[in-house]
Design a protein around this ligand. Structure first.
Ligand code: ZN
Length: 150
C-alpha cells in the first residue's frame, strides 16, 4: 500500500511535470503559510473552488490537516525543482516533450499519469531518498546538539 507521503508526492509531481507548478506553489502557501483560498485564487488565476478542490485532495491523501501540512512542507521544495515534460504552446494546446504528442492543456496531467508513470515513479523514489537523507542528517544534528548540552 502507498504511504501518505507517496500519494502526496505523486499528486504534486504529476502537476509539476504537467507544467502546473503554480498549483503546487498555491498548495504550499495554503498549508505552510496559511494563505486563504481567495488570496491564492487571485494570485494564481484559479477559482476559489479549484483551490479548495486541490486542498481537499491533499487532506484526503494524508488523513489529517496536521499531517498534510508537514508533508507539503517537506516535499514541495523538491517537487518545485522538477522540470516539466509538458510544454504549453498557448491557445489551450500543449506538447509532451517526451513522446511529442500534442494535446489540449487540461488533459496534460492525465497524459503524464497515463503514459509516463515510469518517470513519475522515478521522481517519487529519488525524492523519497533525498527526504530520508535529510531526516537522517537532522536526527544526527539533534543528537550532537543534545550531547553538547549534557
Ligand atoms: Zn508524452
Amino acid at each position: 500500500m502507498r504511504t501518505a507521503i507517496e500519494s502526496v508526492l505523486e499528486y504534486l509531481l504529476a502537476k509539476a511535470l504537467a507544467g502546473k507548478s503554480d498549483v503546487v506553489k498555491a498548495l504550499y502557501e495554503y498549508f505552510v503559510e496559511g494563505k486563504s483560498p481567495s488570496t491564492l485564487a487571485a494570485k494564481y488565476g484559479l477559482s476559489k473552488h479549484q483551490v479548495r478542490g486541490y486542498v481537499q485532495r491533499i487532506t484526503e491523501k494524508t488523513g489529517s490537516m496536521i499531517r498534510a501540512r508537514a508533508i507539503v512542507r517537506y516535499v514541495t521544495p523538491y517537487v518545485l525543482k522538477v522540470k516539466p515534460i509538458i510544454k504549453h504552446l498557448g491557445n489551450g494546446v500543449s506538447r509532451c516533450l517526451v513522446c511529442g504528442e500534442e494535446m489540449l492543456t487540461p488533459v496534460a496531467e492525465d497524459h503524464v499519469r497515463k503514459y509516463h508513470s515510469a518517470i513519475l515513479a522515478e521522481y517519487i523514489d529519488a525524492i523519497l531518498e533525498l527526504l530520508a537523507r535529510d531526516f537522517e542528517r537532522r536526527r544526527r544534528a539533534a543528537r550532537v546538539a543534545s550531547e553538547g548540552k549534557a
